[in-house]
Design a protein around this ligand. Structure first.
Ligand SMILES: Cc1cc2nc3c(=O)[nH]c(=O)nc-3n(C[C@H](O)[C@H](O)[C@H](O)COP(=O)(O)OP(=O)(O)OC[C@H]3O[C@@H](n4cnc5c(N)ncnc54)[C@H](O)[C@@H]3O)c2cc1C
Length: 444
C-alpha cells in the first residue's frame, strides 16, 4: 500500500451537525486516535444544519403533537444530551452565542383541539414535569398577540414551558469541532473535500475524493440525503427512495415572545406550522416551515437534481410508492397548498390564514416571504411497504454506517453519535475503549 495515503480507523463523511457530533464524541469519549472527517464545502454546517435552513428548535416532544409518547420519550432523551452540552458550553469563552432560550407553547384552538390537548397533557405531564396547562388569561400575559383580536367565544388552551431552546446548529457544529480538536490534537479535518466514491477492499475502505484518496477501517456517512445515494452505490438500501420535502418560511416583526406551535393535523406526517423568534434576533418572528416536494437533494444546489434521481432509483417500484403516498387525499391537498405557499402574491395570502391561527390580528403587510431560507428534509420512502418512514434512518453494513437525517435530526445528533460510537467500537474488534460512563455522566 502507498505510504503517503492517509489511513484512519474512522473516517466521517459530512460536516453537518450529525457528523461533527460524532467527531466530538469519538475524540472526547474514546481512545481512537486516527479519526478523519471530510466535508465538501469550505465550512461546517452549510447545508441543513445552517441556521437559515431549519427551524432552529431543540425538539423534546413536549409541544410537538405529531410525536407519540414513545417517540417523545426517545427524542427527549437525545435532546437532553444537546441541552446539557449547550448549558455546559454557555460559560466557556466562545465568542458567538450558540443558543437562546425562550418560552414555548402549543396552542389548541376550538372545542375538539382543547379536549385533545387536555387529554395529551394528562399523559405527557409525567414525561415533562415542567409543562403547564394554561388558559386564555395566562396565554395573553405570555403572548399578547395570540389573544389580541381573537373571537372571545373561541375556546383556547395551551401547554407551556420555559425550556424553549432555539439553537444555531451551524455554530453547534463549530463548537463540536473545536472541542474535538481540544480533546484529540490528531483529528484530521479536510474541508472542500468531496467524496466521489467508496471502494471496499478486503481489510479497509478506499475513499476517493476530489482531493485524493484516503484509507480507513470504518466509514460513517453523515451526508444527509446523499447518505442514501452513497449507500446504494455500495449495494445497501436498495429498497429505499427519498422524498425531498423542502420547507420555506415567512417572517414578521416581533409578534411573539417565544415559540408557539399549533396542533398537528391528524394523518399529516410533517410538523404543523409554528412561530419562533430568530435565534440571534428576537425582533424577528419566523413562521413555517411549509412542506413541498422538490427533485433535489439540497435545496439551494441545482446540481443535486441528478443526484436526487440517482438516489430515488430507476424502475416502477419507487414511482408506485411515491404515487401511493402522495395520492392520499389529505396529503395531496396539503402538498398542493404548500406548493402554492411559495408563490409570489398568492402564497402570502394563503399562508396568512395558517398564521392567523396563532396571531389572529397579523396584517398582510407585516408578513414577508423569507427568500433563500429553508432546507429540505430527506424523508425515507420504503418501496417494500410503499410507505413514508418518518424520522431518521440508519443503515448499517460491513464496518460502515449511513445516517439519513430529516427532522429532528439536529436535536438527536448526540444520541445518534452515542449509538454510532458503540457500533463502531465493535467494528474495530473492541480494540478501543468507549468511555461510556463519562459520556453518560456529562450528557445524560
Ligand atoms: C425546513 C427544515 C426545518 C428543520 N427544523 C429542525 C428543527 O427545528 N430541529 C431539528 O432538530 N431539526 C430540524 N430539521 C432537520 C435538521 O436540520 C437536520 O436533521 C440536520 O441538520 C441534519 O444534519 P446532518 O449533519 O445529517 O445533515 P447536513 O447538515 O445537511 O450535513 C450533511 C453534510 O454532508 C456534506 N456532504 C454531502 N455530500 C458530501 C460528499 N459527497 N462529500 C463530502 N461531504 C458531503 C454536506 O456538504 C453537508 O455539510 C429541519 C430541517 C428542515 C429542512
Amino acid at each position: 500500500m502507498n505510504n503517503t495515503i492517509p489511513k484512519y480507523d474512522v473516517l466521517i463523511v459530512g460536516g453537518g451537525v450529525v457528523g461533527t457530533a460524532l467527531l466530538y464524541t469519538l475524540s472526547k469519549y474514546t481512545d481512537i486516535k486516527n479519526i478523519g472527517l471530510i466535508e465538501k464545502y469550505s465550512d461546517f454546517g452549510l447545508v441543513n444544519s445552517a441556521s437559515y435552513n431549519n427551524s432552529q428548535t431543540l425538539h423534546f416532544g413536549d409541544i410537538e403533537t405529531n410525536y407519540s409518547f414513545e417517540k417523545a420519550k426517545c427524542v427527549k432523551q437525545m435532546a437532553d444530551m444537546v441541552m446539557k452540552y449547550l448549558e455546559s458550553e454557555k460559560h466557556s469563552d466562545i465568542e458567538q452565542k450558540i443558543f437562546s432560550k425562550y418560552s414555548k407553547m402549543v396552542l389548541a384552538v376550538g372545542k375538539k383541539q382543547v379536549e385533545d390537548l387536555g387529554n395529551r397533557f394528562t399523559i405527557f405531564s409525567s414525561l415533562f414535569p415542567n409543562l403547564r396547562l394554561i388558559k386564555r388569561d395566562e396565554i395573553g400575559k405570555i403572548e399578547p398577540r395570540v389573544v389580541e383580536g381573537r373571537d372571545p367565544d373561541q375556546e383556547i388552551i395551551a401547554l407551556v414551558t420555559e425550556d424553549g431552546y432555539t439553537v444555531d446548529f451551524k455554530r453547534l457544529c463549530h463548537s463540536f469541532v473545536d472541542n474535538a480538536i481540544k480533546a484529540n490534537l490528531d483529528v484530521d479535518i479536510h474541508l472542500d473535500t468531496k467524496l466521489l466514491r467508496i471502494d471496499k477492499n478486503t481489510d479497509h475502505y478506499s475513499v476517493i475524493t476530489n482531493k485524493g484518496e484516503f484509507h480507513t477501517n470504518v466509514v460513517v456517512v453523515a451526508a444527509g440525503g446523499h447518505s442514501l445515494m452513497i449507500a446504494k452505490s455500495l449495494g445497501y438500501g436498495k429498497n429505499l427512495s427519498i422524498l425531498s420535502m423542502a420547507g420555506s418560511f415567512y417572517t414578521a416583526p416581533k409578534v411573539l415572545n417565544g415559540k408557539v406551535y399549533t396542533i398537528q393535523v391528524a394523518k399529516l406526517p410533517f410538523a404543523a406550522v409554528h412561530g419562533d423568534p430568530e435565534v440571534h434576533n428576537e425582533n424577528v418572528t419566523r413562521f413555517g416551515p411549509t412542506a413541498k416536494p422538490i427533485f433535489q437533494l439540497e435545496r439551494h444546489n441545482r446540481s443535486t437534481f441528478r443526484e436526487y434521481w440517482k438516489t430515488f432509483g430507476i424502475g416502477m417500484k419507487p414511482i408506485i410508492s411515491l404515487l401511493n403516498i402522495i395520492l392520499d387525499k389529505v396529503l395531496f391537498n396539503y402538498i398542493i397548498l404548500n406548493v402554492l405557499y411559495d408563490l409570489p402574491v398568492i402564497g402570502k395570502r394563503l399562508f396568512i390564514k395558517q398564521i392567523r391561527m396563532i396571531v389572529p390580528s397579523l396584517k398582510l403587510k407585516e408578513l414577508k416571504f423569507a427568500k433563500g431560507i429553508g432546507g429540505t428534509r430527506p424523508q425515507i420512502v420504503n418501496n417494500t411497504t410503499r410507505k413514508l418512514e418518518m424520522g431518521e434512518a440508519k443503515l448499517s453494513g460491513d464496518k460502515i454506517i449511513f445516517n439519513i437525517t430529516p427532522s429532528p435530526g439536529a436535536s438527536t445528533c448526540l444520541g445518534n453519535a452515542y449509538s454510532d460510537t458503540q457500533q463502531l467500537i465493535g467494528f474495530l474488534d473492541n480494540r478501543y475503549m468507549f468511555y461510556k460512563e463519562e459520556f453518560e455522566k456529562d450528557l445524560m
